[in-house]
Write a protein that binds this ligand. Structure first.
Ligand code: GLU
Length: 442
């Protein structure tokens, strides 16, 4: 059987790290099996779905290299959902209800007060045609619920193992709203059946949906796919991530200079028993990907972990990959290669290049400890005139050493701080010839 997976975001916002996990898992499963990966846009809600989010979702996935074999939009398939609804009506599995949200809320509260689960009581099933007619005249069209078979719904989850949910503990799901809008459930079920989706992988917040979806698929005569529910991400302390998702949008991470393979390598392994290793291609990631190695416990996630990995990706880049960027920030072409080789091991994100170049081109505010004042003054008086060469640093420090008797860290650190304004940084032998200006002397 061909493996077909799908990622089904609603275009009501931009993607964040939580969605990314779902997208990536589905992509890797399809890729590893040589199957198909569908990008499905769950856009049945015309008010909240926006074209800018459709474009944004595609852009974000493309940035990460998560490519899809086809795109489907639920808004193109409303006729199909109508037909499926009719099929369910004809089979006596879809019934019209007229309760208002307030009435439903009241029912739920009463049930809870009596210690009962807040499950819809199916009162609408008892309505006669005349009563329905009267309610329709009074309240407009009703909403439609799927009548569950009250039995245990069982499946083997690809991550959570054997699961079962008693249908009696779940309300009959609403499939169509009073205004005729199809909700996510019927649309998703029809799509999964029609597109031959063989594996549905999504967050564990969908476990209950899966139970009801299995019955709807069966009622429509479709083949039930395999399901797997991955744990949800939490913040580093185990706190819910939902409040912070705004700051974890993929486009913001791209803005911050995160490297796609750093983020993907992390997301493809956290929460699993496999070690996280930085991979350089999607194929490598897919190769070692095993859904069964993931656990059910919520997965702690700290976005800061992506920066050391991003640094490793950036530091390993060949000059050709950064040449344009280096030229854009104003580094003259004759020293561009030397600049990269000097500073590449001292950046996390590529924007850090700007800081190094402004230090080299404009000079740094010198940092001089009190006890080094005299030493630095002596050393500076011995610094040869510009332009510096590759051997200036070693010749100069040798002479300063002979003159002052200082050596090792006591010799080099005050000079580094005086010239670069920092106690860390690239090899000074490489830095000095790149300096266009020296802050400490005009
Ligand atoms: N649009 C749904 C969501 O984003 C899709 C869920 C599913 O994968 O079935 O939650």
């Amino acid at each position: 059987m061909t493996v077909v997976t799908r990622f089904a975001p609603s275009p009501t916002g931009y993607l964040h790290v939580g969605n990314l996990r779902t997208a990536l898992f589905n992509h890797l499963i399809a890729r590893k099996a040589g199957g198909q990966f569908i990008l499905r846009l769950d856009d049945t809600d015309p008010e909240r779905s926006k074209e800018e989010y459709v474009d944004g979702i595609k852009e974000d996935l493309e940035w990460l290299g998560i490519t899809w074999d086809r795109v489907e939009r639920q808004s193109d398939r409303l006729e199909r959902y109508q037909a499926a609804a009719q099929e369910l009506r004809d089979a006596g599995r879809l019934y019209e209800c007229f309760e208002t949200p307030t009435e439903l809320d009241l029912k739920r509260k009463k049930q809870l007060n009596m210690g009962k689960p807040p499950v819809y009581d199916r009162a609408a099933l008892a309505l006669s045609d005349a009563e329905k007619e009267a309610l329709r005249a009074e309240r407009g069209n009703g909403h439609w619920r799927f009548k569950l078979d009250l039995e245990r719904i069982e499946w083997t989850d690809g991550i959570l193992g054997d699961l079962s949910i008693d249908a009696a503990s779940v309300s009959d799901p609403v499939l169509i709203r009073g205004d005729g809008q199809f909700l996510y459930t019927p649309a998703s079920v029809c799509d999964d059946v029609d597109f031959g989706v063989s594996y549905v992988v999504r967050g564990s917040d969908h476990v209950t949906n899966t139970a009801t979806q299995i019955q709807i698929i069966q009622a429509l005569g479709g083949t039930v796919p395999s399901f797997a529910h991955h744990s949800l991400l939490t913040g580093p302390q185990g706190e819910a991530l939902s409040k912070r998702l705004g700051t974890l949008a993929l486009r913001d991470l791209r803005e911050r200079g995160v490297q796609p393979m750093a983020l993907l390598s992390l997301m493809a392994r956290i929460g699993s028993s496999d070690n996280m290793e930085l991979r350089s291609t999607m194929d490598e990631l897919a190769e070692g990907f095993e859904l069964t190695h993931f656990g059910s416990a919520p997965t702690k996630f700290d976005i800061e972990d992506v920066f050391p990995l991003t640094a490793r990706v950036n530091q390993a880049l060949p000059f050709e990959d950064v040449a344009d960027r280096i030229s854009e920030i104003g580094v003259p072409s004759d020293i561009a290669k030397k600049f990269w080789s000097a500073v590449s091991q001292n950046i996390t994100v590529l924007d850090d290049l700007n800081g190094w170049w402004s230090m080299l081109s404009e000079g740094a505010e010198p940092v001089i400890e009190e006890e080094d004042t005299e030493f630095v003054a002596t050393a500076m008086s011995m610094l040869p005139a510009m332009p510096f060469t590759d051997s200036t640093w070693s010749e100069w420090t040798k002479a300063v050493k002979a003159e002052t008797g200082r050596k090792g860290r006591g010799l080099f650190m005050p000079l580094r701080k005086a010239l670069t304004g920092q106690s860390h940084g690239p090899d000074m032998g490489q830095v000095l010839p790149l300096m266009q200006k020296i802050g400490i002397r005009p």
